[in-house]
Write a new protein. Structure first.
Length: 352
């Protein structure tokens, strides 16, 4: 497993980050795996050399953090791994008005709660899950700096927001003499490339690590999604672009939709446009030419685009091997152009 510096810091992270949202409780999302089913997947990730694990306080109402801590303790030396979590959304249901957001009160309570669930005395990368428009950014950045100075957090990161909001937060931190964000976890994949307009150039200019979430477009790029997954009676197979690879043996073998495909309304609202299916067609064709899976090639594309480490979710062991295999795939300029050819602009997605 290759490692790389996290932005301009001295922290070394694996080129693949294991996303822990898949592990927790199926009462939160039907496709989430419990501790027993999750354990061999995390063990395999560690065996592959992955040292970077990303969770959030809100995943499975905190249970994901609990499992993350247990698995790290079971399989790793704490000082050799990088554990990331996030704050912003409420944890579970029934909380009061101060149970979400990025106020000083919320951050100081949330970091202690995350540490307790993780069973750790510090967090390597503490990320704001979204930008809080209801709290002055000066208050948020000062509170985040205080948890770094208290030794509870080593580095700060951010997630999806407008580029101007990220730039403003960084400038406020600089003016306050506090810790700045070293990473941006944004929505970026072959089916959604709007981040190339502003956020990614900003991060590249400022030396901020890019850690895309949903690198496979919530599984859409795997090639096993169909318009018939959509609940709408108008979203039939006839809406697919002509020539879709559904007629190939490879596509037919993958034609059975997963449980997540049928229940993930977010993916269905983000990606199921005709041009998105054409992106998958092109990905499928080049993957066949190279003898790799769609997933491997989609990850390889990201790694060739200057990404530090994609956040990889895995519910089956082969999915981890496919992610690791991306590190060995070489893409020419012609390959990249072929993969990007069918893309059509999208509305900005994933900031809320």
């Amino acid at each position: 497993m290759q490692t790389v510096r996290l932005g301009t810091t001295g922290l070394q992270v694996s080129r693949i980050c294991l996303g822990m949202m898949t592990y927790g409780s199926s009462t939160w999302r039907p496709w989430v795996l419990d501790a027993t089913a999750s354990k061999p997947l995390v063990k395999r990730a560690v065996d592959l050399g992955i040292n970077f694990f990303d969770t959030a306080d809100m995943y499975s109402a905190g249970e994901s953090e609990v499992l993350t801590g247990k698995f790290i303790k079971a399989f790793c030396k704490r000082d050799e791994v990088v554990v990331a979590t996030k704050v912003y959304f409420p944890v579970g249901r029934g909380g009061g008005p101060n149970s979400q957001g990025l106020s000083r009160k919320r951050i100081l309570h949330a970091v202690d709660d995350s540490l307790k669930r993780l069973g750790m005395d510090y967090i390597d990368l503490y990320q704001i899950h979204r930008f809080d428009t209801q709290t002055p950014i000066e208050e948020t950045m000062d509170a985040l700096d205080s948890v770094v100075r208290a030794g509870k957090v080593r580095y700060l990161g951010a997630s999806s927001m407008w580029a101007w909001q990220f730039a403003k937060a960084q400038q406020v931190a600089k003016e306050q003499g506090g810790s700045r964000f070293v990473s941006m976890q944004n929505h970026y994949n072959l089916a959604y490339r709007e981040e190339e307009r502003d956020m990614i150039p900003l991060c590249q200019d400022q030396g901020v690590a890019v850690l895309p979430w949903s690198p496979l477009a919530r599984g859409f790029l795997a090639g096993n999604r169909r318009n018939t997954d959509l609940p709408s009676p108008n979203a039939g197979a006839s809406e697919r672009p002509a020539g879709r690879a559904a007629n190939s043996k490879k596509a037919k073998a993958a034609a059975t939709s997963t449980s997540r495909a049928l229940t993930d309304d977010i993916a269905q609202s983000y990606y199921y446009r005709p041009s998105d299916f054409q992106v998958v067609d092109n990905l499928t064709a080049l993957a066949a030419d190279k003898g790799v899976s769609n997933a491997t090639l989609a990850y390889a594309w990201l790694l060739h685009k200057g990404v530090t480490a994609p956040i990889v979710g895995a519910s089956k062991l082969p999915q981890l091997d496919q992610a690791a295999a991306a590190l060995e795939v070489q893409l020419s300029a012609e390959d990249i152009a072929r993969l990007e050819l069918a893309y059509q602009p999208h509305p900005v997605l994933g900031h809320s």
